[in-house]
Design a protein around this ligand. Structure first.
Ligand code: F6P
Length: 321
């Protein structure tokens, strides 16, 4: 009998999710599986928003941002009764395996389903790059490029007015978006959870820059460091005498057409997820290690501690001190 595989996206959407859905559906069909999609993440799974699809369903989506399957956050998915409703839906459709594309929260849902006997495979998809079991998550490269485009524009006006601008970027509790885009933009300071820095040090560093030739500065800050960045920059202005502004890039960081890197990694992950199911290896998630796709037990993956890239950590220290 044909394998019946479903795919869903959950948590914050990320550019490249569509390319991944496409790869899952097309490689599944090519290898003789019946392919299903679930709309609206785990919420849609519980509600039975499931549909069997053919190859045309995923035509012309490789270049599209967002997720055609839509996404949702469902904190209640922790509850046994809700999980059992999801399992019933899968059984009613005769689906034997589920591929989930998302972040840690999505993986936790997959782990719970796997503990209840559902074959699951997780694919890392989030702009945050914050999953410990992989060195790369789908969407991160596009998001870094989007941030760089915005910072380039902010740089123009910051230079013209000889100001300082703090740019707050996403990342949840992970500093990678700030770190990578900050290094790529050559900004004056990068403030992330990886390199805690006191307010006093921030003021001193900005004052020392003011004494030099360059009369403007850009600072990239991870979200959740300052409870209110607009209040903080008022303080910066007061303490340093430098006219300082703040920009929160917000959800525009999650949109846009995926870069070629995200399309390619998403395609590799999608093909590898179907292959893992056909090999009989499930209750895993996929990760990239030294550029190779690896399979990791979902329980183990969720216990792993994330390491920030050591050379980039050195870079941040050089910038901030
Ligand atoms: O996980 C992706 C992410 O964009 C985080 O960077 C951010 O903290 C969060 O999602 C925002 O979530 P929401 O779109 O639900 O406000």
């Amino acid at each position: 009998m044909n394998k019946k595989i479903a795919v869903l996206t959950s948590g914050g959407d990320a550019p490249g999710m569509n390319a991944c859905i496409r790869a899952v559906v097309r490689s599944g069909l090519k290898t003789g599986c019946d392919m299903y999609v679930v709309y609206d993440g785990y919420k849609g799974l519980v509600e039975g928003k499931i549909e069997q699809v053919d190859r045309n369903f995923v035509s012309d989506i490789i270049n599209r941002g967002g997720t055609i399957l839509r996404s949702a956050r469902l904190p209640e998915f922790k509850e046994e009764a809700i999980q059992k409703m999801a399992i019933k839906q899968l059984k009613d459709f005769g689906i034997d395996s589920l591929i989930v594309i998302g972040g840690d929260g999505t993986y936790r849902g997959a782990r719970d389903l796997s503990h209840r006997g559902i074959n699951t495979v997780g694919i890392p998809g989030t702009i945050d790059n914050d999953i410990a079991s992989t060195e790369y998550t789908i969407g991160f490269d596009t998001c870094c490029n989007t941030i760089c485009e915005c910072v380039d524009k902010i740089r123009d006006t910051t230079t013209s007015h000889q100001r300082c601008t703090f740019i707050e970027v996403m990342g949840n509790k992970c500093g990678d978006l700030a770190l990578y885009s900050g290094v790529a933009e050559g900004v004056e300071m990068i403030i992330t959870p990886d390199d805690p820095i006191t307010d006093e040090n921030v003021f001193n560093k900005l004052k020392s820059l003011k004494g030099g030739k360059k009369k403007h500065s850009l600072v990239i800050v991870s979200e959740k460091i300052y409870p209110n960045i607009f209040e903080f920059v008022k303080k910066v202005t007061q303490e340093t005498g430098i006219e300082t502004r703040a920009e929160i890039l917000g959800h525009l960081q999650r949109g846009g057409s995926p870069t070629s890197k995200d399309r390619i990694e998403a395609t590799r992950f999608g093909i590898a997820a179907v292959k893992a199911i056909l090999d009989g290896e499930t209750n895993i998630c996929l990760g990239l290690r030294n550029g190779q796709i690896v399979r990791i037990g979902i329980d183990e993956a969720l216990e792993m501690k994330r390491q920030t890239h050591p050379e980039l950590l050195d870079a941040i220290k050089l910038v901030n001190r």
